[in-house]
Write a protein that binds this ligand. Structure first.
Ligand code: BT5
Length: 321
């Protein structure tokens, strides 16, 4: 049943908004034209809107705002990333699921949920992940690289996600080192890069992305620091389209990174970052440093110059601007 739906959606995806004849659909799924009609009805039940015109066939006029496998498949323009989707309606944490699947999973496998009941940030922090309004997903990559390269993936992801938000939602997202994306000064996205590795070789990188898309409000404790795309833009944004844009950009920059190294990504990252060139406060586990953010190194380390002119390498911290 679900593979029939898959084939139908793939056919509509290829048609790119044009009509597909009932006969063509019948051929693709190997059934009668009457049976096609039944499958079309079941798509309608799921929230797809389809137009049916005699002698022309069917076309999809709108997709439901869901992030399940089918919605992500239509219009996905990647070769590897996001081709295998593990959708779970409600999960503790997609990150936790991805860790469980990582060893067996093929590269590019995406774990995504409508809701997380125990989403997490760095360390033991909580990540607020309410139902149907955000993007809560974890992507499994398997680059042939040593583990010390892993922090660069947070930066690659930040560039890919920032561009996806700018293009697919039309709002000016900016990066705050190392793993936040802000809109009008408030956090809309957090990135969590984790590893399964041997001492000299990455086995899997698990990139967790949490994005506030269509929330209209936040709990008290987050309302000063967090926002959503729809609050800032004043209209809702289809989440599947954002996921697809992220997958496309990530594939592009991942390939760029593996082929040509970090140069281009570093330039883009610095051009999207708000903190570079400004005075900031970096709170690390060992203490607080104030100074001017000079830029990032090829390893993704933040260079911070204090008032005595001394330059500090910041590997991990929370930044206050
Ligand atoms: C992060 O941590 O920003 C990484 C968040 C990664 C979440 C994704 S969702 C999919 C995957 N599955 C998971 O379980 N996690 C990943 P950090 O820099 O430590 O920031 C956490 C802090 O952000 C919290 O302590 C709150 O102050 C704040 N916060 C929590 N939920 C938020 C939200 N929805 N929007 C904005 N800020 C939030």
């Amino acid at each position: 049943q679900s593979s029939v739906k898959h084939k139908l959606l793939e056919a509509f995806s290829k048609a790119d908004g044009d009509f597909v004849s009932g006969q063509a659909l019948a051929d693709i799924i190997g059934c009668s034209r009457t049976a096609v009609w039944k499958h079309i009805e079941s798509l309608r039940q799921e929230g797809f809107e389809l137009e049916a015109v005699r002698k022309k066939g069917y076309r999809i006029t709108s997709k439901p705002d869901k992030v399940s496998e089918n919605e992500l498949l239509i219009g996905l323009e990647t070769v590897r990333l996001g081709k295998k989707v593990v959708f779970i309606e409600s999960v503790e944490s997609t990150q936790k699921e991805a860790h469980k699947l990582a060893e067996e999973a093929e590269e590019g496998t995406l774990v995504i949920a409508e809701e997380q009941t125990a989403g997490r940030g760095r360390m033991t922090r909580e990540w607020h992940s309410p139902k149907y309004t955000g993007i809560w997903m974890s992507l499994i990559l398997k680059p042939n690289l040593p583990p010390y390269k892993a922090p660069q993936f947070t930066l690659i992801t930040a560039v890919a996600v920032t561009e996806a938000i700018r293009d697919a939602a039309g709002v000016m997202a900016e990066i705050k080192w190392p793993n936040d994306i802000l809109l009008n000064g408030k956090k809309i996205t957090g990135i969590l890069t984790e590893l399964q590795a041997d001492s000299d070789q990455i086995r899997s990188i698990i990139i967790g992305i949490g994005m506030n898309v269509n929330q209209r409000q936040f709990p008290e404790e987050l309302s000063n620091i967090a926002t959503s795309i729809s609050i800032e833009k004043g209209e809702t944004v289809p989440r599947a389209k954002l996921v697809q844009a992220i997958m496309k950009n990530l594939e592009l920059y991942y390939d760029e990174y593996m082929t040509n190294g970090f140069g281009l990504i570093k330039d883009k990252w610095e051009s999207y970052a708000i903190s570079i060139g400004r005075h900031i406060i970096a709170r690390t586990v060992t203490g607080t440093i104030r100074g001017k953010a000079l830029g990032i190194t090829d390893e993704g380390v933040l260079k911070l110059q204090d008032e005595n002119g001394m330059i500090h390498d910041i590997y991990s911290a929370d930044i206050e601007i």
